[in-house]
Design a protein around this ligand. Structure first.
Ligand SMILES: NC(=O)c1ccc[n+]([C@@H]2O[C@H](COP(=O)([O-])OP(=O)(O)OC[C@H]3O[C@@H](n4cnc5c(N)ncnc54)[C@H](O)[C@@H]3O)[C@@H](O)[C@H]2O)c1
Length: 249
């Protein structure tokens, strides 16, 4: 197993990519803390893991809150004694250009997608250092690499996550805390379903990827698994596209 005896926190694990990653990490031997605002969805993931014989717990967390981020890390240490992996995955989509974008929506997107990564990392890294090191995986996007129209706040936050990843990687390299991010193409999750309404819209989006389809949440989870495991022991500061060729052109 690729994560035997590891303890991992996954934010946004009640749904989509986070949920798929929680199930995969447990299958690979990790104990997982499901950290999300969504109590019903989070508990459902934990129940599924526990009924399959794995170990997981739900910690209700708003990633925009410093108090919650601290409590998320403390609950993990109290329950499992250490922290090896943090997947800062929670995020929201936002589709408006600058002129039409209300300031409060900008703030909300920055708070969840970017500040959430800062806060989670801020409280996780000291625990990882105490334990001899760890791995942080941040959720960026293809839009952390390239821009796109009508998504001003989203592309800004994901570009920020990619460069925050590089900065943190350099700051903690000698402490053996590796920091990398994932840059998925469009992935079939509830987040995407909330934005796309018709089969034609799905198809048009699939066509933008050279491989002519969308990603599955599991395909993104396997990227997180590589970056969480010791197989990537010399990988830090990387922004890994999992995008069917979207950013290659
Ligand atoms: N789906 C895609 O096409 C796609 C592509 C690239 C990147 N991403 C990124 O992947 C991540 C996960 O997306 P997904 O598609 O699985 O979405 P999703 O909507 O299925 O899941 C997101 C989860 O984050 C949680 N969440 C939202 N705000 C939160 C907060 N303040 N505190 C704690 N939890 C919160 C939600 O409750 C939900 O469970 C996001 O960061 C998203 O930007 C998604």
């Amino acid at each position: 197993m690729r994560l035997e005896d590891k303890v991992a926190i996954i934010t946004g694990a009640a749904s989509g990519i986070g949920r798929a990653t929680a199930l995969l990490f447990v299958k690979e031997g990790a104990k997982v803390v499901v950290a999300d605002l969504d109590e019903a969805g989070g508990n459902e993931v934990v129940d599924q893991i526990n009924s399959d014989g794995g170990e997981a717990m739900f910690v209700r967390t708003d990633v925009t809150s410093a108090v919650d981020a601290q409590a998320m890390v403390k609950s993990t240490i109290d329950a499992y004694g250490k922290l090896d992996v943090l997947f800062n995955n929670a995020g929201i989509a936002m589709r408006l250009p600058v002129v039409e974008l209300p300031e409060e929506d900008w703030d909300r997107c920055v708070d969840i997608n970017l500040k959430g990564v800062f806060l989670g990392s801020k409280y996780a890294i000291p625990e990882m250092i105490k334990n001899g090191g760890g791995a942080i995986i941040n959720m960026a996007s293809i839009y952390g690499i390239v821009g796109a129209p009508t998504r001003a706040a989203y592309v800004a936050t994901k570009g920020g996550v990619a460069n925050l990843t590089r900065g943190m990687a350099l700051d903690y390299a000698t402490s053996n805390v590796r920091v990398n991010c994932l840059c998925p193409g469009f992935t079939e999750t509830p987040l995407l379903a909330g934005v796309l309404k018709t089969p034609a819209e799905y198809q048009a989006l699939a066509e933008q990827h050279p491989m002519k389809r969308l990603a599955t949440p599991q395909e993104i989870a396997y990227g997180a698994l590589f970056l969480a495991s010791d197989e990537s022991a010399f990988v830090t500061g990387v922004a890994l596209p999992i995008d069917g060729g979207f950013t290659a052109g």
